[in-house]
Design a protein around this ligand. Structure first.
Ligand SMILES: Nc1ncnc2c1ncn2[C@@H]1O[C@H](COP(=O)(O)OP(=O)(O)OP(=O)(O)O)[C@@H](O)[C@H]1O
Length: 917
């Protein structure tokens, strides 16, 4: 059983769990029924995705939407996880039989499917192994939830079939009632209940007043186009299809890549729209809330509500679709006053008075949110019963804008006194009309025109007074209540205290913010964005980036998109924007460094690592950016690692080091390096070869297979050189050896051979045979190319390593002077033609040298195996502890080994500790 941490890095690329994930996963693995209520985008899915990979049994997940399942399956497959879905649109009819025999790690199905599939399916799957039955979007089970689905109610039937399997309910919104419903409906026994915070700290919340005119739409389009230029995806939620069309057409007119999604489109058109959006082929989706649950795209940067939603629950859900990857994102809500009068419309289908009341109350809460002048986050969280610990979050319009404030004690007095005179029997219209001196029939009938306050507030518009009223409601001077679908406003205790200390000519000061509606009236300004002008937050995305790095980031996003297109997947399924950001900042040059980046998983490194490295190198060169720069934003896992330290680099002259780097890291041929265009004058190929030999002797990594191939050092040539050496009886001078050999065997061949000997490279396998270049050679070459770089001789690998049998023993240091004597072939007799196949040299990933007899037990030497052995006995070890333990190896060399192991996903780092994967 692999550890959860290992699975997290290996499959998901993340180095640490988010809050609650770890404990939830532990409980699920232990077989406990669980109810997980955590914020949208907080990472609930991982809670059911990790256990199957840890225990090696299938996890079944019920999910309400086919599109959601398809997206999740696509992402999981891209991570190397065996996932599938079962539902009406599944065209592969082998899925069911493969599923029941336990061939999937994660199996999604619709609730309908889960209910109708025969019991025999479940029995077989039980035999094959099933570790959990998860119900995603579990609030659908409850009639109290906002997305009730009848089929969800029937899932309890499976309880009797899946005996012993833990049932997991997951949802982002659940009131106490809904929670109880989920627990009861799924017949959970002593469930583990985890309720996380609803706060989405990376989301900015803002509200704007607008009017549904074309000029406002144009303004909106301008705002969105700014965003689009910075590679952000946007959803614009409209309340009507008419609005959807208007906004969509306006976006199209200016050339923005926008899509459309609403309930009147046919299934095919909707699916296509959805597909294009999640694959980053569209920048903006204009939709009704039909484009809802199941938008799993993590890199949506902006959600705009074009019209007030019907409740804060829906607003939280819909706005929560943005910034799921944790990056800074923006939620704007645009409202008009007429949005608040739609209670009748929303309550249209309600059967009972209490349902109607619930609808009105929900809309009222949304209205209060819009009109609130205090911290939006605090308000929103407060609505869900969570107390935000401060009065200002610093990430909403009200917290960051510099709103005007002024003393409104006189106006407040008039309004409150008027409401009191009406005895709290009315909503806001009546007292406002009285203050504005209306002589409407209702006023005359009630004789309100006789009140001394009648007509005293003519200088302000009705909307101004209403705006003041909402301020007084939110600051507790007025109370709004709902009876049936009518709202009434009355003066609260706090308001009464104010009134008792005030009179028509004197009032205690009451300073209140001037809201946008008031500004509208007072300064006669346009309605949009005048109050507390807030900059688009899209620039946050590029914080800390130089101009060139920004460009690199955008180019990398584009490259990821191309790759995704060629793979038929979504760009985010390859890796998240956050990982791309880190790649742009660090510009890794090796697979190990790439693997080190948070969000980069093993599948990406193995399948696309080389492709990415090539692109990074190419783009960085074009922008004059150095590779392996350090990211200003770092997580523990993105710490820099040095395959070649400065200290080692100094052992070679710059020209030699550069030649080695070009050959080893840039994979240029000797011939290309010799004639590299940037050079003042070409150098001889032979010189480059000599530089490489020197680098090898200084301990720099050399892929010997590639080198032998390149210089033509075949088995036959080696054998001839060995014969010549034994004839001469010495390797002191090269000329006598050369004289013994055919013309076409050069000094270069001899020198390379001798260097290999010196470096202790095992020659007990067939080398590429150029005289007889056949299939095997090509295969070998191909394999060499395909293998991760660390599968070649790993960088800076020390040549004096004792080959240990398996992982059982540590390796010990060797006396350098003895190394040549320990080569596993007999020089006097010439090269023994190998019995071990040459691929072994590659697959064993090590240079075999020496004999165990020469082990010294005093100093411990770091080899990949010895490191793995030792780390597997520990629960995390720091680098300094590793260095201390492997005191027989130099620091750079140990770091190199660690780097190689990291890039092979054999170990991983967290909080500066190394762990075995
Ligand atoms: N430990 C982690 N480290 C970094 N990113 C993570 C981690 N766990 C999850 N994520 C990322 O967070 C994003 C949201 O996760 P997920 O889809 O599981 O959210 P959710 O809670 O299920 O949301 P919803 O309720 O909307 O379905 C995904 O992009 C996921 O890859």
């Amino acid at each position: 059983m692999q550890s959860m941490q290992v699975i997290l890095k290996q499959y998901f690329g993340f180095s640490s769990f988010r809050p609650y994930q770890e404990e939830v996963i532990e409980k699920i693995i232990a077989g406990r029924d669980s109810l997980i209520v955590m914020a949208t985008g907080s990472g609930k899915s991982l809670c059911y995705q990790v256990p199957p990979l840890v225990v090696g049994k299938t996890g079944v997940v019920v999910s309400p939407l086919i599109s959601l399942m398809q997206d999740q399956v696509m992402s999981l497959k891209q991570r190397g996880i065996r996932a599938e879905y079962m539902g009406s649109s599944q065209s592969d009819n082998t899925v069911q039989s493969r599923a029941e025999s336990g061939q999937f790690d994660i199996l999604y199905m619709t609730p309908e499917k889960a209910c109708v599939i025969p019991v025999s399916f479940w029995s077989k799957l039980l035999r094959a192994g099933i570790c959990l039955f998860a119900v995603d979007e579990a609030h659908c089970i409850s009639e109290w939830g906002h997305d009730f689905r009848v089929e969800y109610k029937q899932l309890d039937k499976l309880r009797g079939v899946l005996v012993g399997v833990p049932f997991i309910g997951l949802t982002a919104t659940a009131t106490e009632k809904v929670r109880m419903d989920v627990v009861n409906s799924l017949k959970m026994e002593n469930p583990y209940v985890k309720i996380g915070s609803f706060d989405r700290g990376n989301l900015f919340y803002g509200v704007k007043l607008f009017n549904r005119t074309q000029s406002f739409v144009n303004e909106l389009v301008q705002e969105v186009s700014k965003f689009v230029r910075t590679d952000g995806s946007t959803i614009i939620y409209c309340t009507t299809i008419k609005d959807v069309d208007q906004v969509f057409n306006s976006l199209k007119e200016v050339g923005i890549k926008a899509g459309i999604y609403h309930g009147q489109m046919d299934n095919k058109a909707r699916a296509e729209s959805h597909r294009l959006f999640i694959r980053d082929e569209l920048d903006v989706m204009v939709a009704t809330i039909a484009f809802g649950m199941g938008i799993d795209k993590p890199n949506i940067r902006q959600v705009i509500h074009y019209g007030c939603p019907k409740s804060l629950e829906s607003y939280y859900q819909e706005s929560g679709r943005c910034g799921r990857d944790g990056m800074a994102s923006v939620c704007w809500l645009y409202y008009t006053r007429s949005d608040f009068t739609k209670a009748d419309f929303y309550a249209g289908e309600c059967q009972t008075e209490s349902q109607r009341r619930a609808v009105v109350e929900s809309l009222m809460a949304a209205q209060q949110y819009c009109l609130s002048t205090t911290c939006r986050r605090k308000f929103l969280l407060g609505h869900f019963g969570e107390i935000f610990p401060s009065d200002k979050c610093g990430n909403c319009d009200n917290c960051i804008s510099s709103k005007k404030e002024r003393d409104m004690s006189r106006e407040a007095f008039l309004l409150m006194a008027c409401i009191q005179s009406c005895r709290g029997k009315w909503g806001l219209n009546m007292p406002v009309d009285i203050l504005r001196g209306s002589r409407a029939k209702k006023i005359l009938d009630a004789q309100y025109d006789k009140l001394p306050l009648h007509g005293l507030g003519k200088e302000y518009s009705a909307n101004w007074w209403k705006a003041l009223a909402y301020q007084l409601i939110s600051s507790g001077y007025l109370t709004e209540t709902v009876s049936d679908i009518y709202r009434t406003v009355s003066v609260s205790l706090k308001g009464e205290q104010f009134l008792s200390s005030a009179g028509p000519d004197h009032q205690p000061p009451l300073v209140l913010p001037v809201t946008s509606e008031m500004v509208d009236d007072e300064d006669n300004k346009s309605t949009s964005g005048e109050v507390g002008e807030i900059k688009s937050l899209s620039t946050l995305e590029c914080e800390g980036f130089s101009e060139d790095e920004k460009q690199l980031y955008h180019s990398l996003l584009e490259e990821r998109r191309k790759l995704a297109r060629s793979l038929g997947t979504a760009p985010y399924a390859i890796c998240g924007d956050q990982a791309i950001k880190k790649i742009a900042l660090t510009r890794p040059s090796t697979r190990a460094r790439l693997a080190n980046i948070d969000g980069v998983n093993q599948h990406l490194v193995v399948a696309h690592g080389n492709h990415f490295l090539q692109i990074i190198r190419h783009l960085s060169q074009g922008l004059n950016l150095l590779l392996d720069g350090e990211a200003p934003i770092q997580t523990a896992i993105t710490k820099k690692v040095y395959p070649v330290s400065n200290h080692q680099q100094r052992k070679l002259t710059p020209a030699k080091f550069e030649a080695w780097r070009m050959w080893h890291e840039d994979s240029l041929s000797i011939q290309k390096i010799a004639n590299f265009p940037g050079r003042a004058a070409p150098i001889k190929e032979q010189t480059v070869q000599e530089y490489l030999m020197e680098a090898a002797q200084e301990g720099f990594a050399i892929d010997w297979v590639r080198l032998c191939d390149e210089v033509g050092l075949t088995e036959k040539v080696i054998s001839d050189i060995q014969c010549a050496i034994s004839k001469v009886g010495s390797r002191e001078k090269l000329k006598p050896i050369k004289d013994e050999l055919q013309e076409d065997i050069s000094y270069g061949h001899i020198k390379t051979f001798l260097t290999m000997e010196k470096c202790g490279i095992s020659l007990d396998g067939p080398l590429p045979n150029h005289h007889n270049a056949g299939k095997d050679d090509q295969l070998l070459k191909k394999e060499t190319e395909l293998l991760p770089s660390s599968m070649h001789t790993s960088p800076m690998e020390e040549p004096h390593e004792v080959k240990t049998s398996g992982r059982d023993s540590d390796a010990y240091s060797l006396d350098k002077n003895k190394e040549t004597a320990s080569l596993p072939f007999n020089r006097e007799q010439g090269l023994k033609l190998p019995e071990v196949h040459f691929e072994d040299l590659l697959s064993k990933k090590r240079q075999k040298l020496g004999s165990p007899k020469e082990e010294s037990k005093t100093t411990l030497k770091a080899t990949e195996n010895s490191i793995l052995d030792w780390l597997s006995t520990k629960n995390g070890v720091t680098l300094s502890a590793i260095l201390e333990h492997f005191n027989g190896s130099e620091e750079d060399c140990v770091i190199e080994r660690l780097t190689g192991l990291e890039s092979d996903f054999m170990i991983y780092r967290k909080n500066n500790m190394y762990f075995v994967l």
